[in-house]
Design a protein around this ligand. Structure first.
Ligand SMILES: Cc1ncc(COP(=O)(O)O)c(C=O)c1O
Length: 356
């Protein structure tokens, strides 16, 4: 195979598990969506444009899930990805800054720059927010992004820290963009989602309901003018989010019992346990994920490791550099335990070649 240098996740996105390929790459659940989602599409027959803001019944359903909200405060988007993009572009002010965590979800700095805003970073310490550093970086920003459980660290921020971030931002007039796409996937006792008048909530059906390819997410804001601006922008770009996917998302939001999420969480937890223990056995320096489905071990020269593991060992991993950390490699464990074990064996062989 030609060894084309792998420079970004775009090289791997959409490549599934192959015959012999083990993909620890893309953060997409391999589990099927709930059966209610398929049933909703059996006799589906609507193919016209729909409201740019999103189908009324889906927004109605969402507003019942978030206390005191109204359907007008939601916009249905092409995944959380479009929600992030729209919000940031709508927030543009000349010279405006946005603080993001580092390590970060790889799209954040790009989203901020595409909105002509400046990126500043608050550095996580072993995956956790350092409140003083957070305050120093957030001061004077238009917005901050918070992501807990986090991609790529797999950490869950504790409630007190999140409340302190929220209070600080509220006092300073900084908007908080809370990226909650992993809110249902946590192994800790609780997972707090930031909330308050200055919070814009972003979420998605991709991870909780294994619906990545449907491309349905949403945003919620208390600021009616901001929502209006976002809908106006969306009307000139993607227009409505796929109407069929919104029907599927409506089924997920209204017909799928909590038991589905509980059962899938059990599967994620088992995978996490196997993979984390396997990495410890290989002597890797890694913290035990508290949420989402990523392990983020230290590794020598992650860019080279990402290339060599793919071309020589048939394993997809993501270079930590893409997430703002050039000492680590990201492994998604969205694959079954058998494959995780095969991947660990190959990783062991690779690690032998880079031992001092
Ligand atoms: C932290 C985070 N935010 C947003 C997204 C985008 O998700 P969606 O599929 O809803 O666009 C991802 C996808 O991996 C993610 O990890």
């Amino acid at each position: 195979m030609e060894r084309k240098k792998i420079n970004s996740p775009a090289f791997f996105i959409g490549k599934g598990q192959g015959d012999d390929l083990i993909s620890f790459g893309s953060g997409q659940p391999d589990l099927p969506p709930p059966k209610e989602v398929f049933e909703a599409l059996n006799n589906y027959q609507c193919f016209k444009y729909c409201l740019v803001q999103g189908s009324q019944k889906l927004r109605d359903a969402l507003s019942t899930k978030y206390e005191d909200t109204t359907p007008e405060q939601f916009v249905i988007t092409n995944g959380a990805s479009e929600a992030l993009d729209l919000v940031l572009r709508a927030l543009y002010v000349k010279g405006g800054k946005v603080a993001i965590p580092r390590p970060y979800y790889y799209s954040y700095p790009h989203n901020v720059r595409l909105a002509h805003l400046e990126v500043v970073y608050y550095d996580l310490v072993d995956g956790k927010i350092d409140i003083e550093n957070f305050k120093a970086q957030a001061e004077g920003c238009v917005a901050v992004i918070i992501n807990s459980p986090s991609n790529p660290t797999g950490t869950v921020q504790n409630k007190e820290t999140l409340k302190a971030c929220q209070k600080f931002c509220e006092e300073k007039g900084v908007l908080v963009i809370s990226d909650n796409v992993y809110k249902d996937l946590f192994y800790t006792d609780e997972n707090y989602c930031v909330q308050g008048p200055n919070v814009i909530t972003i979420d998605s059906f991709s991870k909780s309901y294994s619906m990545c390819g449907f491309r349905v997410g949403y945003l919620h804001s208390w600021d009616g003018d901001l929502v209006e601006k976002i809908v106006e922008m969306k009307s000139h770009t993607s227009m409505n989010t796929s109407i069929m996917s919104q029907e599927a998302a409506y089924a997920a939001a209204t017909k799928v019992p909590q038991g589905f999420l509980d059962e899938t969480l059990k599967i994620w937890r088992e995978r996490r346990n196997t993979f984390y223990q396997g990495m410890l056995d290989l002597g890797l320096d890694v913290w035990n994920p508290e949420g989402a489905f990523y392990l983020f071990p230290k590794i020598k020269n992650p860019s080279k490791a990402c290339n060599d593991l793919y071309y020589d060992y048939n394993i997809i991993t993501y270079d930590g550099t893409w997430f703002g950390d050039d000492t680590r490699l990201r492994f998604s464990y969205a694959l079954d335990v058998e494959k995780i074990e095969i991947g660990l064996k190959r990783l062991k062989e690779y690690l032998k070649t880079i031992e001092d």
